[in-house]
Design a protein around this ligand. Structure first.
Ligand code: SF4
Length: 725
């Protein structure tokens, strides 16, 4: 029985209003846009300013309205590629972060009893600086998630003589970076509004789209475009697609191999495009021919006709057709075959010849600002020749695997760590392993706005200003063109002695006697970048966003490819050098649900990401009201285990266990437990408050996908039982 509550027709009706407005957006100034969305009822003393959201990596630009130093309303910017006049629900709720008073208000130092004591910034930075400079530089590590002002922490690391810088790529998008850098060097942006046929993967773990894409999606649907979801779980997004093809978890690669095999066998690929732009296509095509429809159907659980139909429809609608590649969820880190899943997405789209075609993949010409170029603008280069100790585990992403780093930490090869805006105890796999590794450190410093499970383990906690109160480094966002954005403060908070990331890092550098590493201000750095992008820095400060001249995607042209061959590497020397197959090849998921075990899959609810969104009281109210913390279990699987909808169940793995209410549904594959990975955190919660929900990522085993060091976040077997049964 269908549990759909929102039909495609409902969505088109709702989306049409958005699309009508978005369609006219090009002719609307910010001034004429805002009244349509509520400026009319703004108090007379409301102040408006454009800044950037921090609810996820999209960093959408929005107009922040404040009244008497309180946040009043957020409206997405029309001219920014990720927002296009909208903010998603998460962005709207996260903007009210200011209402949370449970901030880290001053630097904290742990005393001999394990309690935190308040100290000054000067004292904290001097003590930390002395301990960092006394350490072996090769054993100092940095972990930074959320991607804000990353230039500064990395530069401090270079000044210290360490290259051990890790992001959250291993739990998110390592496979996407590996693919693009390994086989083409060109970064696409989907032209959703004009697409006639779109295949989406990974909605299991990422239940949403960028706000701009959502508006474009409404337009596409209105125009009769067709959207297919290939996934093991039908999310709320899936319910507004035309078709859901349920596949076994971790077999999306087999589905794509089957599609590519069919395109090769039928000759349905753009031969002119391939002849002009492909390297190693014959080797690729020979390999694809072996992936028959019968094999793909057997492997995925889909029908042969579903696979052949997707191949036929992609070709029939090319070049206004593509397989989507979202930078979200766990598309690039979920399974043992994630990198090749992403590689197949890229190569199928290349076979369709949809590059820089209306309704296909667009490649805006975003300016590349190099260290050498910045040096000419007064930002001297600072690099280190030191090796990153995890390179061998993740050569395709230059060693950027935080999971490999924690393994090295457990082995004693990393002994100091700085964490900037991250909560790896709950947001990376194997929480107890992370705690144990952090416990072995000689020094742990955490920079954050709120107390977290990771900060509790730190020797020092340094308070950061929230995104509404600070300036960060300049960013760019890409759609049909590239646009620069700058986050600047919209609120001040005199009760918190917090700093922006650049200011906090400069203070740490000064404490370490390394102030010479930063002989420029943040203003200098942002100005240099703006000038190299060809935009006015004064204009950017005033307007918050600025379109980059000459960056529009040029329809009908090839993007600049940065491979040694100068072409798209269908057979990749880079992958081969990393010990992988030159062409994509089938790798089975690492976990098989046998002997009563189930596969644990983790993901996100539309209005949350990681645990940091828990600091928004508004989002937590939504989570509690709509009971967003549930473990999805297939109806047949639940029946076999004697579990009914709403029962409290225990989920256990060798790494730990948790209890959570069960959601029994037909909208997920059998033998899987899916959970959102946001809850059960103290992040921003008042001390002593009972926690809402439980965090599933600590149950995941540490595993490294070959080549990328990605965490294989959906490859852990768990057991499930009803509590009290
Ligand atoms: S997608 Fe949503 S949460 Fe992410 S930056 Fe945009 S508005 Fe914020």
């Amino acid at each position: 029985m269908s549990q759909n509550t929102l039909t495609r027709r409902d969505f088109v009706a709702a989306g049409a209003a958005c699309a009508a407005i978005a369609g006219g957006a090009g002719a609307l100034s910010l001034g004429s846009w805002s009244p349509a969305f509520g400026e009319d009822d703004a108090p007379a003393n409301a102040v408006q300013k454009i800044t950037l959201c921090d609810g996820c990596g999209n960093k959408c630009a929005f107009t922040a309205y404040t009244v008497n130093e309180k946040f009043w309303r957020a409206i997405g910017c029309v001219g920014y590629p990720t927002s296009h006049g909208f903010l998603c629900g998460r962005g709207q709720g996260y903007a009210f972060l200011y209402a949370n008073e449970n901030r880290v208000k001053t630097p904290l130092k742990k005393n001999g009893s394990g309690d935190f004591e308040e100290i000054s910034w000067d004292q904290a930075c001097q003590e930390i600086g002395q301990r960092l400079t006394a350490a072996d530089p090769g054993k100092i590590a940095l972990y930074q998630s959320r991607g804000n002002s990353t230039f500064y922490p990395k530069r401090l690391m270079a000044a210290l003589g360490s290259a051990n810088c890790y992001s959250d790529a291993a739990i998110r998008d390592a496979g996407i970076t590996a693919t693009i850098e390994g086989i083409s060097g060109a970064y696409p942006a989907p032209d959703v509004a004009n697409a006639k046929y779109m295949v989406m993967l990974d909605k299991s773990t990422y239940d949403g789209m960028r706000p701009a894409e959502m508006a474009e999606f409404a337009k596409m649907v209105e125009n009769g475009g067709h959207v297919v979801l290939v996934d093991s779980r039908e999310t709320s997004f899936g319910r507004i697609c035309d078709e859901w093809i349920g596949v076994k978890p971790g077999t999306e690669l087999a589905f794509l191999l089957g599609v590519a095999g069919e395109l090769v066998r039928t000759g349905h690929y753009n031969k002119d495009f391939v002849a002009a732009n492909a390297n190693g296509f014959d080797q690729f095509a020979a390999a694809m021919k072996g992936y028959t429809l019968d094999w793909a159907a057997e492997t995925t659980g889909a029908e042969t006709t579903q696979i052949s139909q997707v191949a036929a429809n992609l070709w029939a609608n090319a070049p206004a057709a593509f397989v989507d590649m979202p930078w979200a969820g766990t598309l690039g880190s979920g399974f043992a075959n994630s990198a090749d899943t992403v590689r197949m997405i890229y190569l199928i789209n290349a076979m369709l010849g949809c590059f820089n075609q209306k309704g296909g993949w667009l490649f805006p010409d975003a300016p590349f600002v190099s260290d050498e170029m910045l040096a000419e603008k007064g930002i001297p280069q600072l690099t280190t020749d030191a090796p990153i100790i995890t390179y061998a585990d993740a050569p395709l992403v230059w060693g950027d695997s935080i999971i490999a780093a924690f393994e090295q930490m457990q082995a004693g090869n990393l002994t100091q760590m700085i964490v900037v805006e991250g909560n790896p105890v709950l947001d990376v796999s194997n929480g107890n392993g992370v705690k144990e590794a952090l416990g072995k450190l000689d020094l742990l410093v955490v920079l954050d706005s709120f107390m977290t499970e990771t900060a509790l383990l730190a020797d020092y906690v340094l308070p950061l200003s929230t995104f509404l109160e600070r300036t960060d480094t300049i960013v760019t966002a890409s759609g049909a063109n590239a646009v620069a954005g700058l986050r600047t403060p919209v609120l001040t908070n005199t009760e918190v002695d917090g700093k922006s990331i650049p200011d906090a890092i400069c203070a740490l550098a000064a404490g370490a006697g390394l102030e010479a590493a930063f002989p420029f201000t943040l203003d200098d750095y942002n100005r240099a970048n703006a000038e190299l992008m060809g935009i006015s820095y004064e204009g950017l400060l005033r307007e918050g966003i600025s379109a980059i001249p000459g960056s529009d995607a040029q329809l009908g042209t090839m993007p600049h490819l940065r491979t040694a061959s100068g072409k798209i590497d269908f057979a990749s020397p880079t992958f081969e050098a990393a010990g992988l197959s030159a062409v994509p090849t089938w790798t089975s998921p690492a976990v098989e649900a046998v002997n009563g075990s189930l596969r644990l899959m983790v993901g996100q609810e539309v209005v949350f990401q990681d645990t940091f969104c828990d600091a928004s009281p508004y989002l937590m109210t939504l989570a509690e009201k709509y009971q967003l913390q549930q473990a999805w279990v297939n109806s047949d699987t639940a029946a076999a285990l004697g579990i009914a909808d709403g029962d409290t169940v225990e989920v256990s793995s060798p790494q730990g266990s948790l209890t959570v209410p069960a959601k029994v549904t037909e909208l997920i594959a059998p033998n899987v437990v899916w959970m959102p990975a946001h809850f059960g955190s103290i992040y921003g919660q008042a001390e002593g408050t009972p926690l809402f929900g439980a965090a599933p990522k600590p149950l995941i085993a540490w595993q490294l996908e070959p080549g990328t060091g990605a965490g294989m976040m959906n490859e852990t077997a768990v057991t499930l039982k009803k509590v009290g049964a």
